[in-house]
Design a protein around this ligand. Structure first.
Ligand SMILES: Cc1ncc(COP(=O)(O)O)c(C=O)c1O
Length: 428
């Protein structure tokens, strides 16, 4: 393999000419390929489409002694509560079923804490400063919520088993203005990291200086395994209960990547004390969520065991797509070109996180875009869209068919190489 570091300038120039030639061949194809978001492919959407025929007009709409076509069951129907109770590992009584998006519920809760405070504490809006810890790289929509409320993000580097807990513990112990942390504990977005038992235990033992600090535990990928060996995440609520810290976490999840994104069912879970306030809030906010959608989901998913069977169908479609990307990276960035990119090999979730050489992520994303391949914006995995090292890129393999994915990832590798050779030529 041609080495980018062991060759003289004239050889690098030749290599660049070759790469540009290949790049222009791709560009001339008029590609229009989108790898920017974790959207479900058409085949994945079809897995759940039978659900849409499940509730004809002569169905039995009575659940928990209530007619789902009518007002009532404000906190959700029992089947969905018991399914989410298994997904989140929290007692059914502590589950609240919401609308079509867990991100929207997270927004609601932060908004509630701004206007009314956490339980009986002073509203965040009346406190001099509100900061959140942000494990990075992380999920852009979490950062968007924080920026909407002018919450100051404090970056916490991710390690291979979760956020750096030394930094988390020290920060919450010393800084009263730190009010929360956004976590994706299983198959994190974008790195696919599963928090280790030790990390979960340390979260459950946090002693924040501020009584209104909360852990926003967004378990969006709890059942989204890509391998047959089901990876276990230690049960945070149970750990918190053991440490008399059950008011610390608020859990979120949804069926967005189980059935239909933005037409699924979301849920949150919290301690009795937290849930009392949250239920009161939603009692004022809405007369009820879409119970017909809940009923459709309940009849289709049936129970947690059946949901796991359903997830195998997603896995069958997703796994080969991840493999297309990983095979291409292993081929293109090996031996002497190993340092051009490093990436994770996730066992679940929706993303592959790639670090290119420092200072090159924006260029790579731009080059891809100009040739018709759309990626998540460089920097999106950091608050404010600012990746100071400009090296992290999130790849979303789910949406494109495998043949198009193959084209897109090959082009991506060419773009990484073009950026790397140009950098060396400039440095020489
Ligand atoms: C970590 C995480 N949380 C939440 C969501 C979206 O959830 P919802 O569609 O329920 O708002 C996503 C989607 O990409 C995600 O990656």
């Amino acid at each position: 393999m041609f080495s980018y570091d062991l060759n003289p300038k004239n050889k690098l120039t030749e290599e660049l000419d070759l790469l540009i030639k290949k790049y222009n061949e791709y560009k001339s194809k008029g590609l229009d390929l989108d790898m920017s978001r974790g959207k479900l492919s058409k085949e994945q959407l079809e897995i759940s489409s039978p659900m849409l025929d499940i509730l004809p007009g002569d169905s039995n709409f009575i659940v928990d002694k209530s007619d789902c076509r009518n007002y009532g069951l404000h906190d959700g129907i029992s089947t969905m509560k018991s399914i989410f109770s298994r997904i989140l590992n929290v007692n059914s009584d502590n589950i609240f079923i919401g609308g079509n998006s867990s991100i929207s519920m997270m927004f609601d809760i932060i908004s509630l804490y701004f206007t009314h405070g956490v339980c009986k504490e002073k509203p965040w809006s009346q406190q001099p400063k509100v900061k959140f810890l942000c494990p990075v790289p992380g999920y852009d929509r979490h950062f968007n919520i924080l920026s909407y409320f002018n919450i100051e993000p404090i970056l916490v580097p991710m390690k291979s088993d979760g956020p750096d807990m030394d930094i988390v513990e020290e920060a919450v112990r010393n800084d009263e203005s730190i009010k929360g942390i956004c976590c994706v504990p299983k198959y994190s977005n974008p790195q696919g990291i599963i928090y280790s038992d030790e990390v979960v235990k340390r979260f459950s033992k946090l002693h924040p200086r501020s009584a209104d600090f909360r852990i926003f535990w967004d378990n969006a990928y709890a059942v989204h395994d890509l391998t047959d060996s089901k990876e276990e995440l230690l049960d945070l609520m149970n750990q918190c209960i053991q440490n008399k810290n059950e008011d610390l976490p608020i859990f979120f999840s949804s069926t967005s990547k189980i059935t239909f994104p933005s037409s699924g069912v979301s849920a949150l879970a919290a301690s009795e004390k937290n849930l009392r306030q949250i239920k009161n809030y939603y009692n004022h906010k809405t007369i009820g969520f879409d119970k017909l959608n809940q009923l459709r989901h309940a009849k289709f998913l049936i129970n947690y065991e059946n949901l796991l069977e359903h997830m195998k169908k997603h896995r069958k479609l997703l796994r080969p797509k991840f493999q297309v990307i990983l095979n291409c990276f292993a081929r293109e960035f090996s031996d002497s070109n190993k340092n051009l990119a490093t990436w994770n090999e996730p066992k679940g979730g929706y993303f592959i996180s790639v670090d290119v050489e420092q200072g090159l992520a924006k260029t790579v994303v731009e080059l891809c875009k100009d040739a018709g391949v759309k990626l998540t914006d460089a920097g999106a995995t950091f608050p404010g869209g600012i990746d100071l090292e400009d090296k992290n890129i999130r790849i979303a393999p789910s949406y494109l068919p495998a043949n198009e994915l193959n084209i897109a990832v090959n082009l991506f590798c060419i773009c990484v190489k073009i950026a790397a050779v140009r950098k060396r030529l400039l440095e020489n």
